[in-house]
Write a protein that binds this ligand. Sequence first.
Ligand SMILES: [Zn+2]
Length: 139
Amino acid sequence: MFNSKNSMPTAKSSGRKSRNDIILLGVLIFAISIIALLLYLFSETSNSVTVTIDGKLYGTYPLNENITFDINTGTDNKEINRLVIVDGKAYISFATCPDGICAKHRPISRTGESIICLPHKVVVKTNSNTESIIPDIVA
Ligand SMILES: [Zn+2]
């Protein structure tokens, strides 16, 4: 009884408080969206990706040419990461690694982005456009 009588004003004040919280949250989300948008606008679109396996250069590929190829690693080159470059974006469409994280990664197209396959030690990284494109080592 005592608790139910007291609950009325408490409910009212907490209602006001939660409305302020929602406004604050909205402002925060808005601010974060603006920052994210600015970062997105100021990060440039990359024109090539470099693939390395265990830190060693495998090849550099332009993002303006649509290609799909398998990066073979592991014993007898049986481990596969299928790299797809289409519409200026690179992603791994298929991989034999146990975690499959690389294949779930969203396509990369902007400088400073990378897809890493830890089990296969494969790294696909976008290049900054000031770096010169190294000719393909593997055809
Ligand atoms: Zn992987």
